[in-house]
Write a protein that binds this ligand. Structure first.
Ligand code: SIN
Length: 285
């Protein structure tokens, strides 16, 4: 296995691994260590069945089906189909799974640890995914700022938005059961990675993240800190952009990263279809 770091602080390409063949114990350890070290791993040219992809997911933790059930894979509910294709007039998958910054399932009491995407169909241009290193963003803060964030907690709820008319807000997108399954949660603003000990900011601006406020701060102070941290984390020096090829398998660690698609601006005649898996992590601290 050859691992090449692409980004300054994270993101690596891995060669000489055929995931369809599986891993022996030593290979798996090396692969998992690379995942912890680089936070995003890209493997080109993979040929994976849905069953093999699902089995890989289970090595990272329990595979957790997406909150919105209508785009689950027919056979493997833990696989979500992302696609802008329609079949007999019905969407084949989620057209845009998140073109604003988010960390998967951060709106749940126990967010995702790993996410993996497998590319089945990729347009000749567009539909890239951008990743940002929230541990690097935290490290870049002054010691004084870090101390001021210590112990702060963020209140959030899936697809909560100040704008009640937003088409992606919970009132407009979720059915009653899905709303019941997504109560408000509170997470630390600075999160410690349970395996590496790295500290990172745990805040992102997507509607799906649904940040309401920072507890124990006055409303103005809370909003201004949220705005400041959104601006700080949205800085190209913490980011790497992935341009997809068919057969790419990308695995990332949500515990110190956020990511966003660019599928909101993908022209309707450019087709993009991927399988996605998320695995359950542990409660943030
Ligand atoms: C996601 O945010 O889960 C999907 C990202 C993508 O489609 O590029």
């Amino acid at each position: 296995m050859e691992v090449r770091r692409i980004g300054e602080t994270f993101f690596a390409e891995v060669d000489d691994v055929d995931v369809s063949k599986g891993f022996d114990a030593a290979e798996w350890q090396a692969f998992y260590d690379a995942y912890l070290e680089h936070q995003v791993l890209v493997l080109h040219g993979q040929t994976l069945s849905a069953a093999r992809f699902h089995a890989l997911g289970e090595r990272f933790g329990p595979v957790e089906p997406h909150t919105v059930s209508m785009y689950h894979h027919d056979e493997f509910k833990g696989i979500t189909v992302l696609s802008n294709r329609t079949e007999m007039g019905r969407p084949k998958g989620i057209r845009d799974a998140g073109s604003s910054w988010h960390s998967d399932y951060s709106y749940k009491p126990v967010p995702a640890n790993a996410t993996m995407l497998y590319a089945l169909e990729i347009p000749d241009a567009g539909g890239d995914t951008i990743f940002a290193d929230l541990a690097a963003a935290y490290s870049a803060l002054s010691d004084e700022k870090k101390a001021s964030l210590e112990g702060l907690r963020v209140r959030q709820q899936y697809r909560w938005s100040r704008d009640k008319t937003h088409v992606e807000a919970r009132w407009n997108l979720l059915n009653e059961t899905e709303r019941e399954k997504t109560p408000e949660v509170v997470h630390p603003l600075v999160r410690t990675h349970p395996e590496t000990g790295r500290k990172g900011l745990f805040i992102s601006n997507a509607v799906s993240t649904g940040i309401k406020d920072i507890l124990d701060l006055a409303p103005d102070a809370s909003q201004s800190l949220i705005d400041e941290l959104f601006a700080h984390t949205d800085d190209p020096r913490f980011q790497v952009r992935h341009k997809w090829q068919v057969g790419d398998l990308v695995i990332w660690d949500n515990r110190t990263l956020m990511h966003k698609a660019t599928t909101d601006v993908l022209p309707p005649d450019k087709f993009r279809t991927l399988y996605r898996i998320n695995t359950t992590g542990t409660a943030p601290y």
